[in-house]
Design a protein around this ligand. Structure first.
Ligand SMILES: [Zn+2]
Length: 391
């Protein structure tokens, strides 16, 4: 069965691109479980009278985060005169940048912010302001990652090149033995790599990870270029007019490191943990054994669902199962969706996985990195899927 949009939850993007050989990886066509989940979730929204998108909470939250970003930026660039003033402002600015990604652009990019395409597009463009191309993100995250979670060679989120082994399907290199140590500081440079290299590399090669994508044209290309100009002006142009180059580079690195670590940790916690599976296609290389929705549940783990402050700050991405099953529902509704999904999973005998705390997720990520880096590690050891957690 082909992967049309109805098959992939409600992520409203065009049909997925075929790969260079004109083929694409397919899931089992049995979507009974997914249809039942959708039916129950829609019924819950109807019963409670809540709209799935255009929540007043989201508009307020957007204003708070953008105001924090603007205030921290202006104070850091125009007013700070000593390191002890600049340091907390840089930490706040980095956190606000990550907050823009988690909360504003992520909902916009997934068409989950509003019913109106123009509002979603505007919110998605917030990513360009903080240094990442929302156009390339659409391919990398909304298509390749969301569809083929944890499938090596298809999900660009688990592709660190030779630097790390995040799946048992990836080749092990001798230095991976230490990846559970050296990857943490490297997460700090992920945003810098994205700003200065990643998008440009993708544009030049026409690929995201190993997969080809359509380079932007017309309005999308204009958005890419203007976004880069705005970002480089904010990050380097304006600061260099007022400060020496050394401090501009140091504070750029610090702000980006904060944002990069936050982004990397939140996304790794959802899929690159011991409880998540790393399924592979069959011998033809183009067919997965499970239906799409079951695949999402096998490869995704929630964390710290009871922590409302964390949930507010990271755009509900502690509810990654719900996000992956229903990417077009605004994240402010995930706690409600989670109650429905968890109950349905229990009734229908599908495992629902979560870490009770953020720290438990971090510990699990650390143990998986260590296991995948060991020379004796084989797929079997880390593919052992944990049982469903009670309650
Ligand atoms: Zn997403």
């Amino acid at each position: 069965m082909s992967l049309d949009s109805s098959h992939r939850g409600d992520s409203a993007v065009e049909p997925l691109p075929a790969d260079a050989h004109g083929e694409r990886l397919k899931f089992s066509g049995d979507n009974a479980f997914h249809r039942e989940l959708r039916r129950r979730v829609d019924a819950e929204f109807k019963r409670s009278g809540i709209r799935q998108r255009d929540s007043a909470q989201m508009y307020l939250k957007t204003a708070i985060i953008l105001a924090t970003f603007a205030l921290a930026y202006v104070a850091l660039v125009f007013f700070a005169t000593a390191w002890w003033q600049a340091l907390p402002l840089a930490l706040l600015l980095g956190t606000a940048m990550a907050g823009i990604g988690f909360n504003i652009m992520h909902d916009g990019g997934h068409q989950a912010y509003s019913e109106r395409r123009s509002i979603n597009r505007l919110m998605a463009l917030a990513l360009d302001m903080v240094g990442g191309s929302s156009y390339i993100w659409q391919w990398k995250h909304a298509r390749f990652h969301h569809t083929w979670v944890n499938v090596a060679g298809h999900d660009s989120d688990i592709d660190l090149g030779v630097l790390g082994r995040l799946s048992p399907q990836q080749p092990r290199r001798s230095w991976h033995r230490w990846q559970h140590v050296y990857l943490w500081p490297l997460y700090g440079v992920t945003a810098i790599r994205w700003h200065l290299y990643g998008d440009f590399r993708d544009m030049i090669t026409g690929t995201v990870g190993e997969r080809p994508f359509d380079r932007p044209r017309g309005r999308d290309l204009a958005g890419f270029i203007i976004g880069k100009l705005v970002f480089f002006t904010l990050a380097f142009g304006l600061p260099l007019a007022l400060h020496p180059i050394g401090s501009v580079l140091a504070f750029y690195a610090l702000v980006s490191a904060v944002a990069g670590i936050l982004l990397a940790l939140v996304f790794q916690m959802a899929h690159v943990v011991e409880e998540a599976a790393f399924p592979a296609p069959d011998a033809t290389g183009w067919q997965m054994a499970t239906p799409w929705a079951i695949h999402q549940l096998e490869t995704t783990v929630d964390f710290a669902r009871g922590n409302r402050v964390l949930g507010w700050m990271i755009g509900g991405l502690n509810f990654q199962i719900e996000h992956h099953l229903f990417p077009r529902i605004s994240h402010v509704h995930y706690p409600m969706v989670a109650r429905v999904v968890e109950e349905a999973c229990r009734e229908l005998g599908v495992a629902y996985r979560e870490h009770r705390t953020f720290a438990a997720g971090i510990a699990s990520h650390y143990r998986l990195l260590r296991a995948l880096g060991r020379p004796e590690t084989h797929a079997v050891a880390v593919l052992t899927v944990a049982p469903a957690l009670p309650g």
